[in-house]
Design a protein around this ligand. Sequence first.
Ligand code: UD1
Length: 429
Amino acid sequence: MESFVIEGGVRLSGTVRVHGAKNAALPILAATLLADGLFVLENVPDLLDIRSMAEILMALGVRVKREGEMLVVDARGLRSNVVPEALMSRMRSSIFLMGPLLARTGEAVLGYPGGCAIGTRPIDLHLEGLKKLGAVIHEYGGTILARAPRLEGTTIVLDYPSVGATENLMMAAALARGTTRIVNAAREPEIQELERFLNAMGARIRGAGTHAIVIEGVERLHPPRPHRVIPDRIVAGTLLAAAAITEGRIVLEDVIPEHLEAVIDAFRKTGARIEVAPDRIAVEGVRPYRAIHRLSTSPHPGFPTDMQPQLLAYLTQAEGTSVLVETVFDGRFRHVPELVKMGADIVVDYHTAVIRGPRRLVGARVRATDLRAGAALVLAGLAAEGVTIVEGAVHIDRGYHRLEETFAALGARIVRTTERPLLAPEGQV
Ligand code: UD1
């Protein structure tokens, strides 16, 4: 079991490059199944989730080779459309494979996806959308079997602008017969990135970034020229929060500031100084800083749910009472009891957290329960007095490449350790 050990109280300073976006790279990896050929993907971060997706592709016969930040994917060997259950349950994004496999092979057999423990995460929108495209879907036991000799274009109205469902349906519809319209589509930057990638493969898609995406199906797709994955806006946001909470001063390089508008706006409201240039952001934390009266997470371009835990950790040190409402996922406040252990004053009522600050944070042993909750605990540790041990580094590794090295390079005192689980002394429970 790996943990991060952090000695808080250092103001971060320096320049840091932001790595490629996990959530853009994952659907792009799934999209390689749509064409017979060799793909070169650049700026693909070496993260656990990316490795899991690569393992799934390899189990289907695809060859994946990493060379630094580049992945070379040879999809010519695709020989199976059955995703092994053990791999499927590792992460939720494996559901993306359903659309491409169906479109390319006419059939897909998958288990139910796993992923972060952040509440109920159904896949009904994915399945309903694929059914509208003509797939016949049987579910039995833990297995989903989908069949469609050829998908047929249609209009799909999503009940909710789900990121994953929008991506899955875009990939499936790219090879369908006729035109598909996805109405109430997600508008996240990763959707636009997938549109760019698929169009470079020969797809005919427009409208990504708006509520309606139109896909004119084509007969065949081909690998594009080498594709560079966009920078990770959530990693950038997390680093920005780290500078702000430590009253530090850092420069983020290789970022797309437009992808971070809601995040920048929220931190500016508290008083943090943020300057934006076309591909860099300079952040300077100030003390004291103001609470945020009320902020709700929402689909893009709203404040991202993937930054809620980090913002919440930051607001424990703000002057006054903040209210954060989580509208995207249920059960996404699992970092709260851990922050309270460190001295924060937070009360959660269903979807709403009320944070009273500032309260002095003191180092403690805390546990990361999911990726972004883990990031929030690391941020709290950076600002706390004394030593914080964040258990469950494995969750954080799913989305941040060697986070401890990134922070150490900015001056933080943070190391990774391997610990055995502590056993209770004999006679005690
Ligand atoms: C993606 C991101 C994740 C981010 C989330 C919201 C990836 C790999 N992951 O996840 O980091 O937190 O977007 O920005 O890109 N829902 C349904 N039925 C469905 C699908 C979704 O009810 O079939 C609900 C979910 O339970 C959730 C909401 O819709 O409450 C948003 O989920 P969705 O946008 O699909 O998130 P993901 O694609 O899983």
